[in-house]
Design a protein around this ligand. Structure first.
Ligand code: PSV
Ligand code: MN
Length: 414
């Protein structure tokens, strides 16, 4: 068996021989954390049809129950990102929400405002030519800063649907200026020590221009805003072929990488299971992160250690909990492989200009079977060694399907 104790001994000996500190690798894996999105437990999906999944969560309490189950199965998903207003409690009792999460062994993570759902945002939110829409957006963003205080969150995670569909529809520079004003107005309300994470997306739902189209725009605004503003990289928000790991490296080196929205895509913003179609890309991203995390360079080192790792996925045909667990495990495996990269050997090949030698070091690490390591990590975390099998065996999905039934509501989009 590749994940037997004997397999672990063999792997540990091999890693030690290449100079890797196996105890440190195990410790890092035990500390890894992946945040799951509340909206991923509800019925959500494509703009064509959100298929109703039996037992899909319809309330925040149910989303927290499901997230807690994902954490019980994996041991590394202790927080949940919330989306306001989808997760706004009817009675405004955020303390009760936190308590509910805490009783289930998890906590509330990033707060995601929603300035794209209301009719008033037809022409945008912070970038809208309508001052009423801009003011409503700022008011909502400020409310989310207040919610952060109530739930003890340290991340305001911003994504905007803003942009235009037609050339000439609006002034591109005026939109830029309105955005800068709105972001600055929000930044002032961040709780002390909290971060504003700014997401970019090059198209969709706007198709001619997007107000934050790329990481460079987000980065430039972070610099203007101040040290609490950082860039959020959503893997589905780039044009085909963009080298995301290079963006990650740049932002780490500048101390402005705030977090990730992990998912995988083949064509556009597909929001599928992270690592399902391009595990090599996920590994290379983790390699940038681990080399910063394990290196001595500042601010890259401390920035890497603070990165908010979040999933932003939408599961439409494959259930809800299993794909979420699958995603968490894919991140765990990518991180484990990246931790096994022999950095000194890689640096030597690079310094010698040994192109293929250096490449082979990385691709060999990518091909490593890290299951023996993960077995030990799961044993130490006290979680099932096969989380997906344990989910199936638990009967949890059948139980929630029976208890909750099938609801046609989309993920909070009531
Ligand atoms: C829409 O593209 C999106 O997937 C963004 O990535 C946001 O982060 C997410 O929805 C939640 O609002
Ligand atoms: Mn996202």
């Amino acid at each position: 068996m590749s994940d037997s104790p004997a397999a672990f001994e063999l792997l540990a000996a091999d890693l030690a021989a290449q100079g890797t500190d196996v105890a440190a690798v195990l410790a890092a894996l035990q500390q890894q954390q992946i945040e799951t999105p509340s909206w991923g437990y509800a019925n959500s999906g494509t703009r064509f049809k959100a298929f109703a999944w039996p037992g899909a969560a319809t309330t925040t309490a149910q989303k927290l129950d499901d997230a807690a189950m994902v954490h019980r199965m994996t041991g590394i998903a202790p927080s949940v990102a919330i989306h306001i207003p989808w997760d706004r409690p009817a009675d405004g009792d955020y303390a009760a929400m936190c308590q509910y999460a805490g009783e289930r062994g998890i906590r509330i993570g990033a707060v995601n405002p929603n300035v794209f759902q209301d009719a008033q945002y037809r022409l945008g939110s912070l970038g809208s030519p309508d001052s009423g829409a801009r003011e409503a957006a700022i008011e909502h963003l400020v409310e989310c800063c207040q919610i952060m205080r109530l739930v003890g969150s340290d991340a305001l995670s911003l994504w905007f649907a803003d942009g235009t569909n037609y050339a000439g529809q609006d002034s591109l520079r005026a939109r830029k200026q309105r955005f800068e004003h709105g972001l600055a107005a929000t930044y002032r309300h961040l709780p002390p020590g909290a971060r504003m994470l700014i997401e970019y997306k090059f198209f969709e739902p706007a198709f001619y221009s997007t107000d934050i189209p790329d990481w460079g725009t987000a980065y430039a605004w972070c610099l203007k805003l101040g040290p609490q503003a950082q860039v959020l990289v959503d893997l589905g928000h780039h044009a085909q072929g963009v080298n995301i790991e290079q963006i990650v490296g740049f932002l780490l080196d500048e101390g402005r990488l705030g977090g990730f929205h992990f998912n995988n895509r083949k064509y556009a913003d597909d929001d599928l299971i992270v690592g399902s179609s391009n595990p090599w890309e996920l590994f290379l991203i983790y390699h940038e992160l681990t080399s910063a995390e394990l290196g001595a360079d500042e601010p890259a080192r401390s920035t890497a250690r603070q990165v908010a790792y979040m999933l932003d996925q939408s599961h439409n045909i494959e259930g809800k909990l299993a794909p979420m667990i699958y995603s968490v495990l894919n991140c765990q495996e990518a991180y484990a492989r990246a931790l096994c990269v022999p950095h000194a050997r890689l640096a030597q090949h690079q310094a010698e200009g040994d192109v293929l030698g250096a490449h082979a070091v990385l691709s060999d690490a990518f091909r490593r079977d890290v299951r023996p390591l993960l077995r030990v990590v799961r044993e130490r975390l006290g979680v099932p060694t096969d989380p997906l099998a344990a989910l199936r065996a638990s009967g949890y999905e059948a139980r929630i399907a029976a208890e909750r039934g099938v609801h046609a509501t989309a993920g909070g989009f009531q």
